[in-house]
Design a protein around this ligand. Structure first.
Ligand code: G3I
Ligand code: 9MR
Length: 596
């Protein structure tokens, strides 16, 4: 800036001098173009935790960078990024910037003169609190058979849909007490995903994950205010929300024999229409051993949790336990009745073409159900079954592979188990889980995105943001809880950083969060309202080179196979099981970091 000397006010000299000094000390801000090539957790960083960003670039590494505090415009840190690195399956390169020494809460940005300046970010406490509450709230938006009210949902309010009070028993599901054509009432529950159906396998899994969050982090869960209709009662909002789904699940059990219908569904998927416009007849379809065992497991777990909340939920502990026992007995008598949609359609009408949630074996479901029943009742018979089906290795729990949920429960209750064989089983689960965590945590510092997740092509498949990334993060949290070794907590946070922006697409994969998040999820509720913004707080499935939806994807590279378009159900759908894992992960990680 040039100021005419003859008009100068005496102060002007001082001002000019200050500006010269400022330029010299770089307290004057130089503007660079804002770039999305500088990628990091878009929700921010905790003051005393690791802080890493990457430059997504195919040019050069070793680039000088600075961190600017946006309050006083001062540069507070300078450094040089790493050499270029890449993964085995991608030609894209990254260069890692590390600035963990910056610890003061505030707003900052990263400047890399050769590349540009980043979006602003926050350093502060409780960075994941908002997203974890949004994660819980998402379940409220998924509620069937009730109006979603403006006072809780703001602009996303909607009238009640899918009363499900006149559901037909499908010909595949008839029993002597319920002949074909029988109509039952099966209201409430959560819509499964982008579709409007309700599937017991996925519901049981989701309830199991969310109840585990309560059991592992009760203090944090009790403090949450989700602003849902039940928020005023004496029960934590998370448990109120879960109960909405449990109430539905209980209607899916045939009272005559304890078997549980696989799903409640329309015969083929509805169009992208509002719940109030859906006219198709809905059916309960075929009992299956996997649905029945997932039901037994989650009900047995619910029984011990709701025992503490009898004032708001009288009789629920007793009802869920007896439902779990009946279900388990049905499964023992019918261990081979797997759900096979194609076979079923050959025998029964009308054809059912909605989500299958099929399986090839039910050993992992037997394990999970037996563990939950054992821990709740302490009866030796259940322990014996659990031992018979115990896994040989720890696998990240997903809807079709649930043994990990049994492992989590055994680890949680290991200290209170009295039988020697129960303790031994818990010990086995502990070594298996730690072996997984240790192998997943190898050489993370040399990874292109500085995270354990995302280094292999196999990390990317339908639902991987949750079934792989969030799940691995939770497993690191278990490893941390078991050992108190802080390295596991850091690795969990690195996986979270990946999910929230430090990745190959630059997306923060939760709707309504960060500066770049999915706008067009495969979600009938979001797509059929008149609003631009999707319903908030939902995790989308993520990059999936399987591309089973036949959509146009921006790339063939596994970690870039993500299309933010409504038709992309293979990369951009939302689902309660994914939401459950992400809600566990974000709530538990925030709690663990705040406790430290
Ligand atoms: O192929 C991968 C393999 O490479 C990878 O190692 C492995 C890891 O577990 O996964 C493999 O299989 C994929 C599987 O999901 C993983 O869970 C299958 O290819 C893929 O087809 C399968 O997709 C499932 C999809 O339904 C199709 O059946 C998803 O898990 C499941 O979440 C999804 O569920 C649907 C419901 O049916 C209907 N409602 C929406 C819901 C969400 O999309
Ligand atoms: O919307 C459906 C989604 O919830 C499922 O995950 C997906 C795979 O089963 O199927 C979607 O429905 C599509 C159907 O399979 C094929 N026709 C188009 C439907 C909407 O995109």
């Amino acid at each position: 800036m040039y100021i005419e000397s003859k008009n100068r006010h005496p102060w002007a000299h001082a001002l000019t001098l200050c500006m010269l000094i400022a330029v010299a000390t770089s307290c004057v801000q130089k503007e660079f173009p804002v770039t999305e090539s500088i990628r990091f957790n878009q929700l921010g960083f905790y003051p005393s935790e690791e802080k890493v960003a990457v430059i997504f670039s195919d040019t050069v590494g070793n680039l000088p960078f600075s961190i600017r505090n946006m309050a006083n415009r001062k540069i507070v840190y300078t450094g040089v990024s790493s050499e270029l690195r890449s993964s085995s399956f991608s030609d894209k390169k990254t260069s890692v910037l590390s600035f963990s020494d910056v610890t003061a809460p505030g707003q900052y940005r990263i400047e890399v003169p050769a590349v540009g300046q980043s979006h602003q970010f926050t350093i502060g406490e409780n960075i994941l609190q908002d997203v974890s509450l949004a994660g819980l709230k998402a379940f409220y938006y998924q509620r069937a058979s009730t109006p979603v009210e403006e006072v809780y949902a703001g602009q996303w309010n909607r009238p009640s849909g899918h009363p499900d009070d006149r559901v037909m028993v499908h010909s595949s599901a008839v029993s002597p007490n319920r002949p074909e054509g029988t109509v039952i009432s099966s209201p409430k529950g959560w819509y499964d995903a982008g579709d409007y159906n309700k599937y017991i396998v996925n519901s049981g899994f989701t309830v199991g994950v969310l109840l585990s969050l309560y059991e592992d982090f009760p203090d944090e869960v009790k403090q949450q205010d989700g602003n849902i209709p039940e928020s005023g009662n004496a029960t934590p909002d998370l448990l109120d929300e879960i109960h909405w789904n449990i109430d539905w699940m209980l209607t899916m059990q045939d009272p005559a024999d304890g078997g549980v219908y696989h799903k409640l569904t329309e015969p083929e998927f509805e169009g992208f229409i509002k719940p109030t416009d859906c006219q198709k007849q809905r059916y309960v379809v075929a009992k299956s051993v996997t649905a029945t065992l997932d039901f037994a497991a989650s009900m047995a777990q619910a029984s011990r949790v709701y025992a503490g909340y009898g004032a708001d939920y009288p009789g629920v502990a007793e009802k869920t336990l007896s439902a779990a026992r009946d279900a388990f007995n049905w499964a023992l008598k019918n261990p081979d009745i797997l759900y096979r949609q194609r076979d079923m359609n050959e025998k029964f009408d009308p054809d059912i073409t909605t989500g299958e949630y099929g399986d090839r074996a039910a050993g992992d479901e037997f394990f999970w159900a037996a563990v939950e029943l054992y821990v709740t009742t302490r009866e030796a018979g259940f322990l014996k079954t659990a031992m018979a089906y115990a896994p040989e290795t720890y696998r990240l729990p997903t809807w079709g592979r649930v043994s990990g949920l049994g492992a989590w429960t055994l680890l949680r209750y290991a200290g209170s188990l009295e039988d020697e064989s129960g303790k031994e089983l818990a010990g086995k689960m502990q070594s298996q889980l730690l072996a997984y965590a240790d192998s997943a945590a190898q050489n993370v510092e040399s990874a292109p995105y500085y995270a354990p997740y995302g280094r292999e092509a196999g990390d990317f498949f339908w639902g991987c943001n949750s079934d792989a990334a969030s799940n691995q993060g939770i497993t690191f949290l278990y490893a941390w809880m078991l050992t108190k070794d802080r390295k596991y907590l850091t690795d969990a946070l690195r996986d979270m950083d990946y999910i929230l922006g430090r990745n190959a697409t630059g997306f923060c994969y939760i709707t309504g969060q960060g500066y770049k998040s999915p706008m067009n999820p495969h979600h009938r509720l979001s797509a059929s309202d008149e609003l631009v913004d999707p319903l908030p707080g939902f995790m989308v499935g993520g990059p999936n080179p399987g591309k089973q939806d036949g959509c146009e994807y921006p790339s063939d590279i596994p970690d870039e196979c993500y299309a933010d378009v409504t038709p992309s159900y293979a990369s951009n759908e939302i689902a309660i099981n994914w939401q459950g894992l992400f809600t566990y992960f974000s709530t538990a990680l925030n709690a663990s970091l705040q406790k430290e």
